[in-house]
Ligand binder design. Structure first.
Ligand SMILES: NC(=O)c1ccc[n+]([C@@H]2O[C@H](COP(=O)([O-])OP(=O)(O)OC[C@H]3O[C@@H](n4cnc5c(N)ncnc54)[C@H](OP(=O)(O)O)[C@@H]3O)[C@@H](O)[C@H]2O)c1
Length: 251
């Protein structure tokens, strides 16, 4: 069960090698979390992540999970929930794709959409049902500012995150009053493996800063978290810019 401050004792990461997720888990293990499930595509990186968290004192298990295999989600998550309550599910998987390349190769674009959006629809619904059955818990969804307004430079990824974000908001409303809490996290540019080698956007941040914002959001039982917080105001303005102006911005 969560403690009086809303922090989890047990958690499940979907996308178990995500740098943002692992920074979050390290932070929560330093607080109260004891049981960690890392769900992801089997790889040495997944086992290494599990080993590092064990070194911090957590009991860690891995489970095979592929966002692109929605038929397998019931079984993967079922295995975890069958072992005991899960106080927090962190939906962290995602791919950025390569916009220019993916525009020329529609099947690659579909892979971005299927990973980030339909994979999350399936995993999110399966997780929500399990959390509801146990009567408590949080589902934290890593969305992105990219979904707030699709940019010319990455509208394939942006549109997948817009879908994910809308889905997670609706799911949060559906679960309101059930004891299950859904929190949508919208980071800006985060210096992680996903953005390695890319030119930094303004207000760039770190996985550790996102982890800190997630912890605070859990304590406050927030529904939406922007990282950094200033993006909330920036994006409120950007969202309302006329198309003709937005199109000319160097973003
Ligand atoms: N970095 C940023 O600037 C930024 C900003 C806003 C939002 N986000 C979002 O935050 C989340 C985490 O990103 P990150 O920065 O931590 O990136 P990351 O380190 O590259 O993590 C991405 C994760 O997604 C997993 N993944 C990809 N395809 C998968 C699939 N088919 N099935 C299961 N897992 C799959 C990867 O697993 P493998 O090890 O198997 O590849 C990895 O664990 C993503 O949803 C991302 O869109 C990132």
């Amino acid at each position: 069960m969560k403690d009086a401050f809303g922090l989890p004792q047990s958690l499940l990461v979907l996308g178990g090698t995500s740098e943002i997720a692992l920074a979050t888990v390290r932070r929560l293990v330093a607080r109260r979390t004891r049981t960690v499930w890392l769900a992801g595509r089997p790889s040495p990186a997944l086992e290494e992540a599990a080993g590092q968290l064990r070194g911090l004192g957590a009991e860690v298990r891995t489970v095979a999970f592929d966002a692109l295999d929605p038929e397998g989600h019931e079984a993967a998550l079922g295995k975890v929930f069958a072992e005991g309550d899960v106080d927090l599910v962190l939906l962290a998987f995602g791919i950025l794709g390569d916009q220019a390349h993916d525009e020329r190769e529609p099947l690659n674009a579909v892979r971005v959409a299927q990973t980030n959006y339909t994979g999350a629809v399936s995993a999110g619904l399966v997780a929500a049902r399990s959390l509801q059955a146990q009567g408590h818990g949080s589902l934290v969804v890593l969305s992105s500012v990219a979904g707030e307004r699709a940019r010319r430079a990455n509208f394939i990824y942006g549109s997948s995150k817009a879908g994910l974000d809308a889905f997670a908001q609706g799911l949060g409303d559906a679960l309101h009053g059930t004891g299950v809490h859904v929190m949508v996290v919208r980071p800006g540019f985060v210096r992680s493996r996903m953005t390695e080698g890319m030119e930094e956007a303004p207000l760039a941040t770190t996985p550790e800063a996102v982890a800190g914002a997630i912890e605070l959001g859990l304590r406050r039982r927030s529904e939406t978290v922007w990282v950094p917080g200033a993006l909330r105001v920036v994006m409120a303005a950007v969202r309302h810019l006329p198309r003709a102006v937005f199109r000319r911005l160097p973003v």
